[in-house]
Design a protein around this ligand. Structure first.
Ligand SMILES: N[C@@H](CCC(=O)N[C@@H](CS)C(=O)NCC(=O)O)C(=O)O
Length: 208
């Protein structure tokens, strides 16, 4: 079988989630650079890989996928390496609940409304940041209540839920407000410190 290809950029939270899954499985893959925010726009050929023009997109032996959760699940199930999904139905349901919650309520609030707004805008919109922090607080509360006993979100085994959450939190805490808020949620703060030490996290940091 050929080497899987991931299209994307190292600044992207979602590309990092997919890359962390590939790294955790020990898969040799190719990252084809695709800058979604390039001044010249999205190349037309890429829309055949991702009709909505987002990153990442994935390809393996002619099998194409977009949507990070689908990519991560395929990576886990189609390749050898440590299992990244719980063996039991409730564990897998909890994992999907966590990743779905992060997509629906966490990503925009934490990454765009707080971190990007605070760090990349010449004149940040304070009301957007305040609203984002409110929604982020709720997400952290719910993560705390859903977190199982043990070092990882679902217990003793790292799963796709951990790989989904860590890059979102990493971006969020680039902003001081994000870092301060995370510090108030001890269980998630400690979990994040463990994630930040994993080779898959360290090896997928943005390089430039
Ligand atoms: N639902 C998509 C979300 C992917 C996504 O939003 N990626 C961001 C980068 S982290 C992107 O491509 N943004 C470009 C845009 O919003 O136009 C997935 O799970 O892969």
């Amino acid at each position: 079988m050929s080497k899987p290809i991931l299209y994307g950029a190292d600044y992207s939270v979602y590309v990092r989630i997919a890359r962390m899954a590939l790294e955790e499985k020990g898969i040799n893959y190719e990252l084809v650079p695709l800058d979604i925010f390039a001044a010249e726009g999205i190349p037309a050929w890429y829309l055949e890989h991702h009709p909505f023009g987002r990153i990442p997109a994935f390809e393996h032996d002619g099998f194409r996928l977009f949507e990070t959760s689908a990519i991560a699940r395929y990576v886990d199930e189609a390749f050898d390496g440590p299992a990244l999904q719980p063996a039991d139905a409730r564990g897998r349901a909890r994992m999907s609940q966590m990743t779905g919650m992060l997509d629906a309520y966490g990503y925009r609030a934490m990454v765009w409304d707080v971190a990007v707004e605070r760090l990349e805008k010449a004149e940040p919109d304070e009301s957007l940041i305040a609203g984002g922090l409110n929604r982020a607080e709720k997400v952290l509360e719910v993560m705390t209540s859903l977190k199982a006993h043990g070092p990882w979100l679902l217990g003793n085994q790292p799963t796709l839920a951990d790989l989904h959450a860590a890059p979102i939190i990493a971006y969020f805490i680039k902003a001081a407000e994000g870092s301060d808020l995370l510090a108030r949620f001890a269980a998630i703060h400690d979990w994040y410190s463990r994630m930040a030490a994993r080779a898959s996290f360290v090896g997928t940091q943005k390089t430039s």
